[in-house]
Design a protein around this ligand. Structure first.
Ligand code: HAM
Length: 448
């Protein structure tokens, strides 16, 4: 064995969420979940790994995700072809079909979790990233489309985010896209000299995706290309108009972007993206649309569906940009103690205070030892606790504890000596009763 200790680092494009950021994530997740529940959405959890074929079938074989971004591998035990999920819709739809979930009425579902795409990492684009998603299965009209969009709007409001705008489009049904596609191919063929290599490769396989190009040299060509909106038939148009009417009536601002086609193939009719200018090139914080044909593709009875997913890292970064979150508190009470008997009492009291609903950190020994009172008090200060409870020989002898206010506002109050058996009531009173008005057990106070 070599003496050299190897240092490991996280996989490129995959991030640790450290304790300093964890409270903001927690608050963000609680806010999203509260909003999802307020619209009647129910939680679903599906595995992170699925058969590779599931994603190829759902997302489409000629898409960036399936062609070059999937973490696929062979299960060395049995040779199965597996993939780390690049998104959540395919797994949810698989579960809905597998468990016959859509046949006893429509379902509103939500999920959260890590997704994996082998993209080139940059700000806002990671190889492991977290999504919150919602899928409404079994609803046909534009009303559910409007509801999902309004759910997002409420969420941005609740998070204090004002710089997110909505882009909307309808990409019609398969037949309408087919007619548009034929004209689009003819148009690009007539202008083949302007196409880059990728566009040429996609010309016959997936010409719609050419409209998505970021290549500046192709922008004029793409801008003048036949617009899918002009090919929509009566039903698709009525659906789109119905959605716009509901959004207008509810004061939801949006821009119709005829070039919005999305990077996944399962969509039909409504597609939308929530975009901000504050995150550089990765400004789409939430995106989704209708996928009416997908469930049938998976062997289910024809059942319409629509959903969205939001990138959690991007939204967290936006929230941070709105103002520095206050330093998170680790606990309400920090227990300082010295001596064997004091330690026993500290353990007992800490458990009782936790029983009463407060968060307590009990000082524990490090490789340097238990630490002096002074060094323990430093830890107490650093923890953000409102109070330190101190137990030493004198306190043990007199069956009391010392309770010291640590926040500046409480400093005048100094230190109180409280009988051991009354300590829990006293501390709860102090923490809840006015010394910590915004005590909410999330220990995060950010000011949007
Ligand atoms: P998507 O547009 O591929 O759609 O991803 C949705 C959101 O996830 C994006 O708008 C972005 O905020 C975030 N996201 C995507 N890739 C990355 C990445 N590499 N790093 C960080 N964030 C990322 C879907 O995934 C669909 N399943 C949405 C949907 C649900 N449609 C219907 N239902």
């Amino acid at each position: 064995m070599s003496d050299k200790k190897e240092k490991f680092t996280a996989i490129k494009g995959m991030n640790d969420i450290l304790p300093a950021d964890a409270p903001l994530w927690e608050l963000f997740e609680n806010t999203v979940e509260t909003v999802l529940k307020s619209y009647g959405y129910q939680k679903i959890v599906t595995p992170i790994v699925e058969e590779t074929g599931l994603f190829a079938r759902a997302i489409g074989a000629v898409t960036d995700i399936v062609e070059k971004e999937m973490y696929s591998f062979e299960d060395s035990m049995n040779g199965d072809q597996l993939t780390l999920r690049p998104e959540g819709t395919a797994g949810v739809v698989r579960a809905v079909v597998e468990h016959n979930m859509a046949y006893d009425g429509p379902k509103r579902l939500w999920y959260k979790g890590p997704m994996f795409r082998h993209e080139r990492p940059q700000r806002g684009r990671y190889r492991q990233f977290f999504q919150f998603g919602a899928e409404a299965i079994g609803f046909a009209g534009p009303d559910i489309d409007a509801e999902l969009i309004m759910l997002c709007r409420r969420l941005w409001d609740d998070l204090g985010l004002s710089n997110i705008r909505l882009e909307l489009n309808s990409i019609g049904n398969a037949e309408e896209r087919q007619r548009h596609r034929a004209d689009l191919i003819a148009y690009f063929e007539a202008n083949e000299t302007v196409l880059d290599a990728e566009a040429k490769r996609r010309l016959h396989a997936n010409p719609l995706r050419i409209l998505d190009t970021k290549n500046p040299a192709m922008q004029d060509l793409v801008n003048a290309a036949p617009k899918l909106l002009a090919y929509l038939g009566g039903e698709s148009l009525a659906h789109f108009e119905g959605l716009k009417k509901l959004l207008d009536a509810n004061n939801v601002q949006y821009t119709v972007n005829p070039r919005l086609v999305r990077g996944l193939d399962y969509y039909n009719r409504t597609v939308f993206e929530w975009v901000t200018d504050e995150l550089g090139s990765q400004g789409t914080v939430c995106a989704g649309g209708r996928y009416d044909p997908l469930i049938e593709t998976f062997g289910g009875k024809p059942t319409p569906g629509i959903g969205f997913a939001m990138g959690m890292e991007r939204l967290i970064e936006l929230i941070k940009g709105q103002g520095e979150p206050a330093a998170p508190n680790q606990c309400d009470v920090y227990m300082v103690h010295q001596g064997e008997e004091a330690q026993l009492k500290a353990f007992i009291l800490a458990e009782r205070i936790r029983d009463a609903g407060l968060d307590v950190v009990l000082h524990c020994a490090t490789p340097q030892g238990a630490g002096s009172f002074k060094s323990q008090m430093k830890k107490a200060d650093g923890s953000g606790a409102a109070f330190a409870v101190i137990i030493g020989d004198d306190e043990v002898k007199n069956d009391v504890v010392a309770v010291k206010a640590l926040r500046e506002a409480d400093a005048a109050q100094q230190q109180a000596s409280v009988p051991f058996d009354e300590a829990v009531d006293y501390i709860v009173d102090q923490v809840i009763g006015g010394h910590d008005h915004d005590h909410d057990h999330d220990h995060v106070h950010y000011h949007p």
